[in-house]
Design a protein around this ligand. Structure first.
Ligand code: KIV
Ligand code: ZN
Length: 511
């Protein structure tokens, strides 16, 4: 019988560790709600001991989506971290404490500078303490794939005896290869079954050698019952295992793996786009499952074959991952009902009447400028609108702007609003965007460096919308900002301001 694989999503923890992918609270909740729709089994909502802001987000996620999906958060093997996890997730229906501690020689010697026995004892004490708070405790043997097997096993045995209910085996640095990692999981699984067959065996892979999905699938073939993934493979360095690849790998090749997930695959594309838009990290066009070209066939031979029978060149249909009905076209005359329908069809909540009216006004402005509004546009309109934090009184808004371009002294004049206050100024730059950013920097008084500026045309249609993504550095940290508009200068200004607002929110959260 096909085994159910438990899907643990760590987009909001490991995924959010990517420089510049910092999300604010409403954005995290939007993603958590979508993960719930996608039907993941467990959401890792953050690392609450890392900052007051992270603690609050984990708590809000536990409160808002923790009624039907299990919620966890990460702790190092110390009481203060475990307390922070417990306090932030305790309101969820099915909370799980996740503890991490290294098992490889390099981690034990360089990170902790203690004996192996002393590090193992730290893990055991941490699990025993966590068990006084909650029944479900996951223990991650960090850098397991580079660990001495007998020490790794002794650690697993000790923490299982101390009460761990899930053992997670991470390939923390993306060093493993599929045959070897599968073998490691098979050996652990054989022993674990004898020790306590109720304990769940899990894996967590990184993609440094491009093998995270292959390693994860190999682990499943060899007995792993739970896998940790992120949407779009987001994560530290080259990223984590991509959720959509594992899910569709199991679905399309269930005959080989004899395993399945409960993921609602028709939500995959929408989830991928939401995460990409809110983090500002584009999905590569040829990315498996969710890339723009994942289902595009351009060669004549392929097109001819497809016309005869789709199965000639298609192993899965675009509809299975939710690619259908991307063609809805709205105009300014479509009206509230049609717009509401389109927004709800994308999975967004419209129950807040005041919020919906604001959204509808923005839709009318866009429809006036653009004439034809596609699904894509509606999607970005909503996610853009929801990006603004409720505490936006302490954030900057663009009140007005004027930019004069040309080969002599490009100039920008900008007026900004923060709450009831407005400030106005002008600057000259090397070009119109340089002038714009220079005046905004002066007006906000924030020391930021522009690291990256990207502009894309978002949708089809005659008057395409421009989306601008920027990355800025402040105090050694990277922040991102994005905005879309039919006017690319305005999108550039708002994206930069959104980046500055991200700095202000981060500074306020960490005070
Ligand atoms: O990569 C890693 O080892 C981790 C652990 C916290 C599971 O992210
Ligand atoms: Zn990781």
């Amino acid at each position: 019988m096909s085994r159910k694989i438990i899907m643990f999503d760590t987009t909001l923890r490991d995924g959010e560790q990517v420089p510049g992918a910092k999300l604010n609270l409403p954005q995290k909740i939007e993603i958590a709600q979508q993960l719930k729709r996608l039907n993941v089994d467990i959401i890792e909502a953050g690392f609450p001991a890392s900052s007051a802001g992270d603690f609050q987000s984990v708590q809000e996620i536990a409160r808002s989506v923790g009624d039907s999906v299990s919620i966890t958060a990460l702790a190092r093997a110390v009481q203060k971290d475990i307390d922070a996890v417990y306090e932030s997730i305790k309101l969820a229906q099915d909370p799980l404490i996740h503890i991490v501690l290294g098992t490889s020689n390099i981690h034990v010697e360089k990170k902790f500078n203690r004996s192996k026995d002393a590090v193992m004892q730290m893990g055991v004490d941490a699990v025993k303490y966590a068990k006084t708070l909650l029944p479900q405790v996951q223990y991650s043997t960090e850098d397991a794939s580079r660990s001495d097997f007998e020490y790794l096993w002794s650690t697993i045995e000790a923490v299982v005896k101390a009460g761990a209910t899930v053992i997670n085996v991470p390939d923390t640095v993306g060093y493993a290869v599929p045959e070897e990692f599968g073998d490691l999981i098979r050996r652990i699984n054989d022993r674990l079954k004898n020790l306590n067959d109720k304990v769940i065996l899990s894996v967590h892979c990184h993609n440094d050698l491009g093998m995270a999905t292959a390693n994860t699938l190999s682990a499943i073939k060899n007995g792993a019952q739970k896998v940790e993934c992120t949407v779009n493979g987001l994560g530290e360095r080259a990223g984590n295992t991509s959720l959509e690849e594992v899910v569709m790998g199991l679905k399309v090749r269930e005959n080989f793996y004899n395993a399945h997930t409960d993921i609602k695959t028709t939500e995959l594309l929408r989830t991928s786009r939401l995460v990409s838009h809110l983090t500002g990290l584009d999905v590569q066009v040829n990315k498996a499952i969710t890339g723009e070209n994942a289902f595009a066939h351009s060669s004549g031979i392929h097109q001819d074959g497809l016309l005869k029978d789709k199965r000639v060149y298609e192993i899965m249909s675009p509809e299975e991952v939710g690619a259908e009905s991307m063609e809805l076209i709205l105009t300014a005359r479509s009206g509230r009902h049609a717009f509401k329908n389109a927004v709800e069809k994308m999975g967004f909540d419209t129950s807040d009447a005041e919020d919906f009216e604001q959204l509808f006004d923005k839709f009318l402005t866009l429809a006036d400028a653009k004439k034809e509004v596609y699904d894509h546009d509606v999607f970005y309109l909503v996610t853009e609108h929801r990006q603004l934090d409720a505490s936006s009184k302490h954030l900057y808004e663009l009140e007005s702007f004027q930019v004069v371009s040309g080969d002599r002294n490009p100039t920008a004049t900008v007026e900004l609003r923060m709450g009831a206050e407005t400030v106005k100024g002008s600057a000259v730059g090397d070009g119109p965007i340089d002038a714009l950013y220079s005046v905004i920097k002066t007006l906000t008084g924030l020391d930021v460096q522009l690291k990256d500026y990207k502009i894309n045309s978002l949708s089809r249609g005659k008057e395409a919308v421009g989306r601008v993504n920027i990355r800025i550095e402040h105090d050694g940290k990277i922040y991102s900002g994005r905005a879309m508009d039919t006017d690319i200068i305005k999108a550039s200004a708002v994206a930069f301001l959104n980046g500055i607002n991200a700095v202000l929110l981060d500074v306020a959260n960490n005070k």
